[in-house]
Structures are given as structure tokens and as C-alpha cells.
Design a protein around this ligand. Structure first.
Ligand SMILES: Nc1ncnc2c1ncn2[C@@H]1O[C@H](COP(=O)(O)OP(=O)(O)OP(=O)(O)O)[C@@H](O)[C@H]1O
Ligand SMILES: N[C@@H](CCO)C(=O)O
Length: 316
């Protein structure tokens, strides 16, 4: 049997709309990501289990598992006699790359099972295509870090499609999901189609300074420019009291507080575990709307997607 785990991710990282993303893992060892297992079978069988499996579309044709299997039937020119099990551990429409986690785990499991010899770039393109088919447009800022781990800059260069960026080991990432849903496609529809020259300059300045700060080990500079002028201003109304929350979290000692992907998850960075615990408690008391909501203290997941039960990334 083949079993793949693919981690949660933070798209945009507050400063790189659609081109920066980070894979994350809770420090308490929780596996915050979907798991796909595949074995041989007489027929095609698909099972969905896990805490969030009830949120999956009822129509199987709309499910990523089904779409990925059909894609691989075309690629391999083989009928699928397999039993596929998706353990849906990620809430849908959370802003934590739930769809990306399913996409990456299913594609890697199928690729491994069929031994297709596709290279990482081809696999990543397939992941982007599938992610795009459900979220409204192709964007790699969840699938790339989820697959490869770390912080990824999506270059879309013909030789190096994505690049791993340096990380600050002291940064602690607190993520808070209130238990509600915001779909990426809706959160993208409200964004402007065009931006002024001034906004374009501001965005390039923030993003290039952020990347420079990562390479030159200037965490304070990186934090100062973590300011999204492309999506956040338009998505604020989708997250009740976001600006007030941000102010409070900063007062608690956080370095920054931003929307994760298209929300409603909020992430905050700090560099002290006691502050992280304080922020976690605040979010639990004040941001979690539903019982199923959660808050995790995380670190960057450098491995990315992996065969379960092994610590090293066996696929790259
Ligand atoms: N296995 C699956 N996992 C997640 N979503 C799925 C899956 N199969 C189908 N879907 C559909 O894909 C869409 C995913 O929505 P969306 O992209 O908003 O979620 P998300 O990945 O959690 O968001 P984000 O990318 O902001 O983190 C939903 O309409 C959902 O019903
Ligand atoms: N870059 C995407 C990420 C979605 O998680 C967006 O913000 O729409």
C-alpha cells in the first residue's frame, strides 16, 4: 500500500499574492494535512474518511480524488483498478490550502503507484492544473510549498519553476481557523482586475524587500514590509473585525498578523513561545466561532509532502 501525507500551507504569506507560500506543521506533532492511500483492487473504489470528509462535494465528479484518478487514466492509458482512501484532515475553504493538500497527496500517491516517471516540474504543473480547476484560476502558492516544503517563491521560470527561500528559524507561526468557510473562488472574484501604477510599485517594493531580507538575514525588515496591498484591503470585509484583531494581536507581542491565503484563517508570526501561547489563547477565546475551529502553534514544514512513516522526503 502507498500512503502520502501533504501538509497545510499559508498562501501569499502576507506580501506575495499568488507567488509566495509556506508549508507549515504544528509543533505538537498534529498531522495537519490530508492523507491518501492507494492499493490494488478488483474495481475502482474511493473512500473518504476523516474529520472533514463530510464537507466534501456529494457529487463525486466534483471531487479532487476522482478528477486526479481520471487524469492519471489519461496519462497512463490504463483503467484504474485501485482502492483509494482520502483522509480529509483539512477543513475546506479555510485558507490553509485544503484543496492543495488533497491535490498533492493524491497526485503523488498515483504517480508512485503507476511509476509514471513524471519529473517534479511536470507533477507540479498537474497539481496547479487541478487546483485551478476548483479555485477559479491556476495559482501555485499552496501546491508548491505543500509538495516541496519550506517557503516557495513561484518563479514560473522555464528551468526553475519554483525556488526555495531561506527561513528564519526563530519565527513561530500561529494559525487560527474560526470554523467558518470562505471559498477561494469567491474571495478572488472580489479583487480588482487592474491596479494603479502606485499600487504595483508598492507591491514590487514590499515583495522584493521581503525576499532581500530573507537572504540577508534581516527579520525585522522582512516583518516591516509584510504588507499586502493586492488582496488584503479588499478581503478585510470578509473577516469580521479583522483590523481590530490585528491590533490586539500585535499588542500581545506578535510581529505581524495577516490573512492566510484567502481566509478566514489568520496567521501571526512571533519569536517567543510564551507570546505564541498568549496569542493562541486569545484566538481560541475570541476568534474561534465554532467548536470545530482550531488554533495551532506551527513551524515551517521543510519536508513537504511525504510517504507516511518516513521522515525524509522520498519523492524529490
Ligand atoms: N478533496 C477535496 N479537498 C478540498 N476541496 C475539495 C476537494 N474536492 C473537491 N473540493 C472542492 O474544491 C473547492 C475548494 O475550495 P477552496 O479552494 O476555497 O478551499 P481551500 O483549499 O481550503 O482554500 P485555500 O486555497 O484558500 O486554502 C470546494 O468547492 C470543494 O468543495
Ligand atoms: N493566492 C491565493 C491563495 C488561496 O489560498 C489567493 O489569495 O487567492
Amino acid at each position: 500500500m502507498i500512503k502520502f501525507y501533504a501538509p497545510a500551507s499559508i498562501g501569499n504569506i502576507g506580501v506575495g499574492f499568488d507567488i509566495l507560500g509556506a508549508a507549515i506543521i504544528p509543533i505538537d506533532g498534529t498531522l495537519l494535512g490530508d492523507i491518501v492511500s492507494i492499493k490494488k483492487s478488483k474495481n475502482l473504489e474511493i473512500n473518504h474518511i476523516g474529520k472533514f470528509s463530510k464537507q466534501l462535494p456529494k457529487n463525486i465528479l466534483e471531487n479532487i480524488t476522482w478528477k486526479a484518478i481520471k487524469l492519471f487514466e489519461t496519462i497512463t492509458n490504463k483503467k484504474s483498478f485501485i482502492k483509494v482512501k482520502l483522509e480529509k484532515n483539512m477543513p475546506i475553504g479555510s485558507g490553509l490550502g485544503s484543496s492543495a493538500s488533497s491535490v498533492v497527496s493524491i497526485i503523488l500517491a498515483l504517480d508512485h503507484f503507476y511509476d509514471t516517471k513524471l519529473n517534479p516540474r511536470q507533477l507540479l504543473k498537474l497539481m496547479g492544473k487541478l487546483e485551478g480547476s476548483i479555485s477559479g484560476s491556476v495559482h501555485y502558492d499552496n501546491v508548491a510549498p505543500c509538495y516541496l516544503g519550506g517557503i516557495q517563491l513561484i518563479t514560473e521560470d522555464k528551468l526553475r519553476f519554483t525556488q526555495s527561500l531561506p527561513i528564519f528559524k526563530k519565527w513561530i507561526w500561529v494559525i487560527a481557523w474560526p470554523g467558518t468557510k470562505l471559498t477561494t473562488s469567491n474571495a478572488r472574484k472580489i479583487l480588482p482586475k487592474n491596479y494603479t501604477q502606485q499600487i504595483c510599485i508598492k507591491n514590487s517594493r514590499n515583495l522584493s524587500t521581503f525576499i532581500h531580507a530573507l537572504y540577508t538575514k534581516q527579520p525585522n525588515l522582512a516583518i516591516r514590509v509584510m504588507n499586502d496591498v493586492i488582496a488584503e484591503p479588499y478581503r478585510i470585509p470578509l473577516i469580521p473585525n479583522f483590523l481590530k484583531i490585528k491590533k490586539t494581536i500585535i499588542k500581545l507581542g506578535a510581529l505581524t498578523c495577516n490573512i492566510s491565503g484567502s481566509g478566514p484563517t489568520i496567521f501571526s508570526i512571533c519569536n517567543n513561545i510564551n507570546i505564541a501561547k498568549r496569542i493562541k489563547n486569545w484566538f481560541l477565546k475570541n476568534y474561534r466561532e465554532k467548536e470545530k475551529g482550531f488554533v495551532h502553534i506551527c513551524t515551517i514544514d521543510r519536508c513537504g509532502a511525504r510517504k507516511i512513516g518516513t521522515t525524509e522526503n522520498e519523492i524529490i
